[in-house]
Design a protein around this ligand. Structure first.
Ligand code: ARG
Length: 458
């Protein structure tokens, strides 16, 4: 395709290092769509004769049928998907095929194809995020009243509800979705027609191709258009942040499924056994989601470093933009689907969770708050008194509410009978009814809002 000025063909190693067809064949649908839009425009603008434009358009359709049926052939001599399509077109329709590449370059072609691919990837990620959000919200509604220990430093802190805990992840995924939506909005400009780097002397209509491919408008600067990969980086950084969230949920599932915690049984279908220890049921899916997050972050870093310091406009380094995006997309899709399956199929051990909340002195703050509210102590003093009560309960190996009133009054005579109402984990969670708090009534409000928001999406 470009051999006119060369005395000899490429060395074997040149063919190999240069070939992107092994991975960029994934762009074949986008490449055909962009070529169809381009040739329709060339025909409409009188740059290519009507019958040639029609022949090219029909040839591209036949190539699409062939690729869908037989896959994309991988010939390293043809380098990439763009030349693979063009050479097949020449076989099908003859010399008129050569007119397709008028007023464009592979540089604007690949930038356009890849944007179209990333746009689809964003839509797929959003759909998978919605599915996981739905799973979380449904389980949260079911467990708006289920009490569990809330942790800071992974030490029992205050009782919370499982519904509240699950809704925390709903919020993270809501932000992930908005990051993907931002990426999609910024990507919404079409680079096609920027040609190699400087634009073209042919009287093309860039509005027409932009519109045909579903973009809001053509890009404004041809140099930027062929050298910009921000859309891929926006996708990858959104994916990386989403993967970080998934890794935290995965870690909690691993922890909760362990025998010392015993907070959850994961579905058999998403667990594995041990080849030597018959009693084992391992949370491998959760561990792999946790592990995949590292690879997804690695993909984002890989493309950032590839782009760092590249002069304008196109350089072949940029051909390496695609593998990390393809890899991250595959890993994220798997992670989101596995996580949705685990959340849907999890059996939460609510009795065990409640017991853990009751035995970790999780209502100590409630005792201190009661001393402030009912006995008028300054909070610092109440904190001190409560510390003494926790120490005594710990010495005896009992829960706070198991300490007799006389013993509590020996610590501070201002403690009265009413304190026991504050010491139950149910009273504790019910009292935290501030906006966004863990009270079951609040959690139910948030669940209802989330369901309405997800309903509007559908
Ligand atoms: N396969 C190339 C890529 O993915 C297409 C662009 C080639 N452009 C060029 N000037 N050689 O980046």
């Amino acid at each position: 395709m470009w051999g006119g000025r060369f005395g000899e063909g490429p060395a074997a190693i040149m063919r190999e290092i240069n070939a992107s067809i092994p991975f960029d064949k994934a762009l074949w649908r986008q490449d055909l769509a962009a070529s169809k839009a381009h040739v329709a425009m060339l025909g409409a603008c009188g740059i290519v004769a009507g019958e040639d434009a029609l022949a090219i358009e029909q040839g591209l359709s036949r190539i699409g049928e062939a690729f869908a049926a037989e896959g994309v052939p991988e010939n390293w001599d043809l380098e990439d998907i763009h030349m693979t399509v063009e050479s097949r077109l020449a076989e099908l329709i003859g010399p008129a095929a050569g007119r397709l590449h008028t007023a464009r370059s592979r540089n604007d072609q690949v930038a356009t194809d890849f944007r179209l691919w990333v746009r689809d990837a964003i839509d797929q990620a959003d759909a998978a995020l919605i599915a996981l959000q739905k799973a979380l919200v449904n389980r949260a509604g079911e467990h708006a009243d289920s009490v569990m220990p809330g942790f800071t430093h992974l030490q029992t802190a205050q009782p919370v509800t499982l519904g509240h805990h699950l809704m925390a992840y709903y919020e993270m995924l809501r932000r992930d979705r908005s990051r993907f939506a931002d990426a999609r909005a910024r990507l919404d400009e079409c680079p096609l027609g920027s040609a190699a780097l400087a634009g073209t002397g042919f009287p093309i209509d860039r509005e027409m191709t932009a519109q045909a491919l579903g973009f809001a408008r053509p890009t404004a600067n041809s140099l930027d258009s062929v050298s910009d990969r921000d859309f891929a980086l926006d996708y990858l950084t959104a994916a990386a942040q989403c993967a970080l969230h998934l890794s935290r949920l995965a870690e909690e599932l691993v922890l909760w499924a362990s025998q010392p915690f015993g907070f959850v049984r994961l579905p058999d279908a998403l667990s594995t056994g041990s080849s030597i220890m018959p009693q084992k049921k391992n949370p491998d899916a959760a561990e792999l989601v946790r592990g995949h997050s590292g690879r997804i972050v690695g993909c984002a870093v890989a493309l950032m470093v590839t782009m760092k310091g590249l002069p304008l406009a196109y350089s072949k380094d940029m051909q390496d933009d695609k593998p990390p995006v393809f890899e991250a997309h595959g890993l994220l899709g798997l992670s989101l689907a596995a996580m949705a399956g685990m959340i849907e199929g999890a059996t939460f051990q609510t009795a065990r969770m409640r017991q853990a909340a009751e035995f970790g002195y999780a209502t100590a703050t409630d005792l201190a708050d009661w001393l402030v509210r009912e006995a008028g102590l300054p909070f610092r003093e109440a904190h001190h008194v409560t510390g003494a009560a926790v120490k005594l309960a710990e010495q005896r190996g009992v829960a706070l509410e198991a300490l007799p009133l006389a013993d509590l009054q020996a610590i501070d005579p201002r403690i009265g009978e009413g304190v026991y109402r504050a010491l139950s984990v149910d009273a504790s969670v019910a009292s935290r009814a501030s906006h966004g708090g863990t009270a079951p009534a609040e959690v139910r409000k948030r669940v209802a809002e989330a369901l309405a928001a997800l309903e509007n999406e559908a």
